[in-house]
Design a protein around this ligand. Structure first.
Ligand code: PLP
Length: 468
């Protein structure tokens, strides 16, 4: 599709159906797209803001997963970013899906297409796991209708619900992991302590339910590889308890929590380190010689696949100067490196904010660091030509503060463009309609190089649409 067609998608969006995916540009770099778009929308504020998705990044992350964790089937966690083009691409790459609800199961089925047989009885044939330990009963019935067999549980009531609504389920017991080293802890809400595993499994036996394995989640953005090793050791104990009670577990689900970098400027590659330690722990606690023939390890990565692929491009819609002693940045909003009373004198208001695409500032505790998108070429200025600004979203709420203290080039004003990188995870999925603002649209490029070409081929085949 031409850039002009893509731009018209921003101005006149269609409803997205599986057979009606938005246009995808072939081989264009994200930088080039941003500049072209900034040029075309001379009055940017009329068009609001948009994401640019570089699909080659998703292909690259899948390639890395296969390289570093070749024996672990990835079930992409849709909750992280349910973008339909990303889901189609992942389905075409051979990835599977972790769904949190019936709605997400339907998204996964749409991406997998009509040739996918959810009812294939082999575990290998299953490409969807309903990985919520506390499901709506109606969703369990929906999963039963669609033949989505694998699901997780961590409590007695869930077992009763499953026995009533979908007794043919293949269940995976989610155990408690140590999430103390994670950016987003999850264990305060989910995961059965090893002390209650025997009673849960006894109850499952009484109800005649098929428990096939154990899962854990080390928390989102796990910064300490030894936590994965510790979780695998706990899973081993749960396997042994299962064996004593007459179960033959064959599935280990290592959850999500993988991230390349916790901080944008870090040079530590956390993913590779986590993968190395995890593989060692699996080999130690589940030695190949002792594994049942059908033994399989799966994972539920979300952030790892989505984070780097999306850039958010916003427009400056308004500018104000702080009146000393009158306007002030709320004291509960931390200013990185400026504890206390720092107040930037310049206030910039953007076309998207924390109720929209930048909700990760509030919900995912991310620090949004803007970069400037110049209309002509890349805009880089020395530090001495920068000034501090507080950056705000468009809603009338003062909690809509994107960054209370960001260094920006001097002289920015209405109509200039600011971008935010690494915006693919836990952003689009949390957008609200607060104050009537629409979610920022997504523009897609396959990106450059071989990974981009692979994305192009897969989307053409899987979407049944002609991209040439
Ligand atoms: N699996 C489950 C059950 C989750 O709750 C989550 C995130 O909350 C994920 C996978 C994805 O985690 P991440 O995005 O950290 O990989």
């Amino acid at each position: 599709k031409s850039l002009q067609q893509t731009l018209s998608w921003v101005a006149f969006p269609m409803t997205i159906e599986p057979t009606n995916l938005p246009p995808v540009l072939r081989g264009d770099s994200v930088m080039h797209m941003q500049h072209e778009i900034a040029k075309s929308f001379s009055v940017g504020a009329e068009h609001g803001s948009f994401f640019v998705a570089d699909l080659s990044s998703v292909v690259q992350q899948h390639r890395r997963w296969k390289h570093f964790l070749p024996e672990i089937r990835p079930f992409y966690a849709i909750k992280c970013n349910p973008d339909p083009v990303v889901l189609h691409l992942l389905a075409g790459l051979g990835a599977c899906f972790d769904c949190a609800s019936l709605a997400e199961i339907n998204m996964a089925l749409a991406a997998l297409g009509p040739s996918y047989r959810a009812t294939d009885p082999s575990t290998q044939g299953q490409r969807i796991i309903f990985a919520s330990p506390c499901k709506f009963s109606s969703d369990i019935r929906g999963a039963a209708r669609l033949g989505i067999m694998m699901s997780t549980f961590d409590n007695m009531d869930e077992l009763d619900k499953i026995a009533q609504h979908y007794p043919a389920s293949r269940l995976v017991l989610r155990i408690l992991a140590d999430d103390s080293r994670s950016h987003w802890p999850l264990s305060r809400k989910y995961g059965a302590h090893l002390a209650v595993v025997p009673s849960l499994l006894k109850r499952a036996k009484e109800l005649g339910l098929d428990v096939i394995g154990v899962s854990f989640h080390a928390g989102s953005g796990c910064s300490d590889p030894t936590i994965f090793a510790d979780s695998v050791a706990r899973a081993r104990k749960a396997f042994d308890i299962g064996k004593e009670l007459g179960y033959k577990f064959t599935l280990l689900d290592i959850g999500g929590g993988f991230e390349d970098k916790l901080m944008p400027d870090s040079d530590v590659n956390l993913f590779e380190e986590n993968a190395r330690v995890l593989k060692g722990a699996i080999a130690e606690y589940f030695p190949v010689a002792d594994r049942p023939k059908e033994f399989e390890v799966i994972g539920e990565p979300g952030r790892f696949y989505a984070t780097n692929a999306f850039t958010l491009v916003t427009n400056i819609i308004a500018r104000r100067a702080v009146i000393p002693g009158v306007n002030f940045v709320q004291p509960n909003i931390p200013v990185p490196g400026k504890e206390g009373a720092a107040v930037a004198e310049l206030m910039l208001y953007l076309s998207d904010g924390t109720y929209g695409g930048l909700n990760n500032v509030l919900l995912d505790r991310k620090i949004a660091i803007p970069f400037v998108i110049a209309k002509d070429q890349s805009f880089s200025v020395p530090d001495e030509e920068k000034e501090p600004a507080s950056i705000w979203g468009p809603t009338l709420d003062s909690i809509d503060c994107v960054n209370p203290w960001a260094m920006v080039p001097r002289g920015l004003g209405v109509g200039d463009w600011l971008g935010f990188k690494n915006m693919g995870a836990y952003t689009l999925c949390g957008v609200t309609k607060f104050n009537g603002f629409d979610a920022s649209r997504v523009l897609y490029t396959t990106g450059a190089q071989e990974d981009g070409e692979q994305a192009w081929k897969i989307l053409g085949k899987n979407c049944g649409m002609s991209l040439e």
